[in-house]
Design a protein around this ligand. Structure first.
Ligand SMILES: Cc1cc2nc3c(=O)[nH]c(=O)nc-3n(C[C@H](O)[C@H](O)[C@H](O)COP(=O)(O)O)c2cc1C
Length: 540
């Protein structure tokens, strides 16, 4: 029997579906007076400005994901700052007329950036040991609480490795200001993108990011100081995750901390007053209720085995790994004649498969639960039509059984889990299901991410958020893969959920479409001017 909690989470999901004739509840207009500040800062804190990278790590494209065998870089301020710059830092400023806005290494629905980053480090050169908030705009660390070397010693002794902790939180109001009730989904997509961005940036320094899956949300909240006074109503940060960043090694690390260390961190004297983001806010109650229902309790630590499937293709790129990260952008329109090659297409899909020794999925979030339904429009040597890509073999039979009986399920390549379902021109269907957005139909291909849903949420309600994180991580890989191959991608959060299920023939919520993505040859907008990411910090 489904629990009440589970029923209410599914209710949120149903309520926030977009339908052809009815969108999920939102303000329906842009209240510019109350637009939330996309940057959080803590006033009355000691601030440590971080250096900007003078030279990027010299790492090739393949090593975005693959462990390079290169030795781990020391945990210096320069390297930690570089890791933050290449994961959560600014990537550019754009301007049109009198408006100017910043972009970041990690994408965000509506560019609203609900995710905030926190660091817990030991004394590092001139930076005191402590719990810090990362201010992306100023590329600085704001000290929220000091951590003594004795406490830090307990932390490293427990993990049996040096390194530091990184945390993420979400400010729901930033997204709900524009998107209303569906915003909870977008915040979680963004958290997944940010987690993948952290994992990939760490790999450039020979470090590994592991998700500490034993932690409860309550503990994360306390450890990061998010339970302190001073947040304006509806501007509190919801705890998402805590990860350990450490020298890459084969050794398995613990996924939590002992209670006495967690308590010692929670009891630290925190300082700093969070800035106010908007004068007035709307309380989208269902978001806060669903956040409560999906709160994670302390759990046993899990180690997921993703296998070591070898790469299907040996792809190359003319760009280095940091170049790809820095040039990542969302396409706003595509050339409908633009194509990608068959090899590029297969290479992009291949990178979304989790592997034990490849980031970002080796961060160890969950058992892989998401697959891809593909609308192939213009891929050389691949017939246009509908395809399905399995990210693991466990769901093959279940999905085949509940899909339309006339699908061909013809395997495209031996030893590669891509199946041809139906030939045809799916440009109109792809656009239609993605809220009529041309970017889904004018690209080389677009896709929906189909996640194992009902049973996953029923068994562990907090996985509702994790499913969105997983789709965000896949999206981050696709963004980078597109750039690596000289094309461009865009995440698509606006889609008609049930119309995607109709295309597959799904009749219930055993599997649900949680996120869309599109990749093709971009058409640049000539009205936009681009400025360097940190031109406002000249001289740093
Ligand atoms: C979860 C998510 C959903 C998004 N949904 C859409 C969408 O439906 N349509 C669209 O044009 N762009 C969408 N985007 C792209 C964002 O608008 C884009 O990331 C943001 O404007 C920042 O630009 P950048 O990606 O170039 O840094 C989405 C991005 C994310 C991460």
């Amino acid at each position: 029997m489904p629990s009440q909690k589970n029923i209410e989470i599914i209710h949120y999901h149903e309520e926030t579906k977009h339908h052809f004739d009815r969108y999920a509840k939102s303000p329906g207009y842009m209240d510019w007076e109350n637009q939330p500040d996309p940057f959080r800062s803590y006033e009355n804190t000691t601030v440590f400005p971080l250096p900007l990278l003078k030279e990027d790590p010299s790492v090739g494209y393949q090593n975005l994901y693959r462990r390079s065998g290169k030795s781990s870089q020391p945990f210096t301020i320069k390297n930690i700052a570089g890791f933050l710059e290449l994961s959560l830092g600014l990537s550019a400023w754009k301007a049109a007329g009198t408006s100017r806005w910043s972009l970041r290494m990690n994408p965000s629905s509506g560019n609203l950036h609900p995710s905030e980053g926190y660091l817990i480090i030991s004394q590092t050169e001139s930076i005191a040991g402590g719990v810090y908030h990362y201010n992306a705009m100023m590329h600085s660390l704001e000290l929220r609480a000091g951590v003594s070397s004795a406490l830090w010693h307990h932390i490293t002794s427990h993990f049996e490795t040096e390194g530091f902790l990184i945390g993420l939180s979400s400010i729901f109001w930033r997204e709900s200001w524009k998107y209303g009730e569906r915003a909870f989904r977008y915040c979680n997509h963004d958290a997944g993108h940010a987690l993948a961005a952290l994992s990939i940036a760490a790999n450039l320094f020979g470090w590994k990011v592991t998700y500490l899956n034993g932690f409860s949300d309550e503990a994360i909240e306390g450890v990061l100081g998010l339970n302190q006074e001073g947040y304006h109503p509806l501007e509190k940060e919801h705890p998402d995750l805590l990860c350990l960043v450490y020298p890459h090694q084969e050794k398995t690390i613990s996924r939590s901390l002992p209670n006495e260390i967690i308590s010692a961190l929670i009891d630290l004297p925190f300082s700093g007053n969070p800035n106010q983001l908007s004068p007035q806010k709307i309380d989208w109650e269902i978001i806060y209720k669903t956040a409560d229902l999906t709160r994670k309790a302390m759990t046993a630590e899990h180690i997921f085995n993703y296998g070591n499937r070898s790469w299907f293709t040996k792809s190359t790129s003319q760009f280095s790994a940091p170049e790809i990260i820095r040039k990542r952008r969302s396409a706003t329109s595509f050339d409908s004649n633009g194509s990608v090659t068959r090899a590029q297409f297969l290479s992009m899909l291949d990178k979304t498969i989790p592997r034990n020794t490849c980031c970002p999925f080796d961060a160890g979030l969950m058992h892989p639960s998401t697959h891809l339904i593909l609308f192939v429009h213009n891929v050389e040597d691949i017939s246009p039509g509908l395809y399905f890509f399995f990210r693991n073999d466990n769901d093959i039979n279940a999905i085949k059984q509940i899909s339309k009986p006339d699908f061909m399920w013809e395997q495209v390549e031996e030893n590669f889990p891509l199946f041809f379902l139906k030939a045809g021109n799916f440009r109109q269907d792809a656009m239609m299901v993605s809220c009529h957005q041309e970017i889904a139909g004018f690209s080389a291909f677009s896709l929906g991410m189909i996640s194992k849903f009902r049973d996953v949420v029923k068994k562990e309600p907090f996985r509702y958020r994790h499913l969105f994180w997983e789709t965000g991580m896949i999206g981050q890989v696709l963004y980078l893969e597109a750039e690596a191959h000289g094309v461009r991608g865009t995440g698509i959060g606006c889609f008609f959920d049930d119309d995607v299920h109709d295309i597959m023939g799904f009749k219930d919520n055993q599997y649900q479409s949680l996120y869309h993505f599109t990749i093709g040859v971009p058409v640049e907008d000539p009205r936009l001017t681009t400025y360097p990411p940190y031109f406002h910090l000249k001289g740093r």
